[in-house]
Design a protein around this ligand. Structure first.
Ligand SMILES: Nc1ncnc2c1ncn2[C@@H]1O[C@H](COP(=O)(O)OP(=O)(O)OP(=O)(O)O)[C@@H](O)[C@H]1O
Length: 367
């Protein structure tokens, strides 16, 4: 097991800056995920850890040992690629044994270790099957076995589930977690799928445009996003630009030209002050915190509106309510039966509880 320490890493490809000033510490045995949209620098960072790329600036350390310019085969990392990169005409055994043969292990040791790992990934019955004759999920297991058989200090996984259908993806998520716990191995996982990141990770780093915006546990990232990019990328949110308007020194208001359609947050001044200098502030309210009813509720932040759309997903119901010309709010509630569904065109009230409103700045360089 290893810690991974990235300090002030920048990676330049010609005039493209793929990764900018990245500092990260990944702890021993941690399941750590790089999450972000396509092109944000996740794979480039993973490849710098594997040694396939060297950083233009900065240092990569494993267990405090400088690995920045060490070649990949001397890093003892196991990698699983998005397209698996298996040898299609070789058998499962030959594919998994490959890395051990390169390391010149004795034949009997190779056999024992390959059989052991194939048992762990539940592929023993397929040991002599050609890889091209396996299903996508089985090929994925071969790729995992091949990465694990060398007993790496760090397991690196680059979007390993993106070629699988939804059901198999679910199954492989638990399978990867089980193996990670069994081998007790520091694991770095790259994905653009937020559900995958939230359900699997000990901690997540959220990337955009080559920069890391936030590092935290899944609940921290979801409940306390540091800016509008993180709030919108992880889960869904209602994001409304703030117009500051002090009333008796304690409230701010959105939409100050129609006070009936304004949103108040008491004691928000301290929160706002900590973002002094931000170009734009937003309030972010998750749809599951937004309540919709045909009767007005008690308290502040009850806005009238018209139901624009009702989306049924099975387990939950999304209701989109138009508040003003420019503002719609989304509410998500668990499915409590047809009598509770709102109707399109209905006049309703929407309640935004103050405690569920989070004030966040625009991500730097965005506005
Ligand atoms: N070998 C390369 N040469 C030139 N530019 C590159 C190279 N590799 C990556 N880039 C650029 O660096 C940026 C980051 O790419 P990277 O592959 O790390 O993103 P990513 O977040 O992994 O995206 P994806 O999810 O699509 O794989 C992109 O703009 C990409 O075009």
């Amino acid at each position: 097991m290893s810690t991974v320490n990235l300090s002030d890493i920048t990676k330049q490809f010609g005039n493209v800056t793929a990764v900018k000033g990245l500092d990260l510490v990944i702890n021993e045995g941690e399941f750590f995920t790089f999450l972000g949209p396509s092109g944000c620098g996740k794979t480039t960072t993973l490849r710098m850890i594997a040694g396939f790329y060297f950083p233009s600036i900065g240092k990569v350390k494993f267990n405090n040992q400088d690995m920045t310019s060490v070649s990949p085969e001397k890093r003892n990392t196991g990698m699983v690629f998005q397209n698996y990169a298996l040898f299609p005409h070789m058998t499962v055994f030959e594919n998994v044994a490959f890395g051990l043969k390169v390391r010149k292990l004795k034949k009997t040791d190779v056999k024992r270790r390959v059989e052991d790992v194939l048992k762990k990934v539940r592929l023993e019955p397929f040991i002599d099957r050609q890889v091209s004759q396996l299903s996508g999920g089985q090929q994925q297991r071969v790729a995992l076995a091949r990465a694990l058989v060398i007993e790496p200090d760090i397991l690196l996984l680059d979007e390993p589930l993106s070629n699988l259908d939804a059901r198999l993806r679910d199954e492989m998520r638990s399978e990867i977690l089980r193996l990670q716990r069994e081998y007790d191995i520091t694991t770095i996982y790259v994905t653009h799928d937020q559900v995958e990141a939230l359900t699997m990770s000990d901690r997540i780093a959220v990337f955009n445009l080559g920069e890391c915006h936030q590092v935290g546990t899944p609940t921290e990232i979801y409940n306390q996003p540091v800016n509008d990019f993180v709030a919108e990328f992880i889960g869904e949110t209602n994001l409304l630009p703030i117009e500051r308007h002090k009333e008796e020194g304690i409230t701010f208001i959105y939409n100050s030209n129609d006070l009936n359609k304004s949103i108040y947050v008491t004691n928000s001044e301290q929160n706002i002050a900590s973002y002094d200098g931000a170009d734009q502030l937003y309030m972010s309210v998750r749809p599951e915190a937004v309540q919709v009813d045909v009767e007005p509720m008690e308290g502040n932040n009850v806005l009238s509106g018209t139901v624009e759309l009702v989306q049924f997903t099975g387990e939950s119901v999304h209701t989109i309510v138009k508040i003003t010309e420019n503002v719609t709010l989304k509410s998500t509630e668990l499915n409590r039966g047809p009598s509770t569904y709102m109707k399109k065109g209905a006049e309703v009230y929407v309640y935004l509880p103050e405690t569920q409103i989070r004030i966040i700045p625009a991500a730097k360089g965005e506005v």
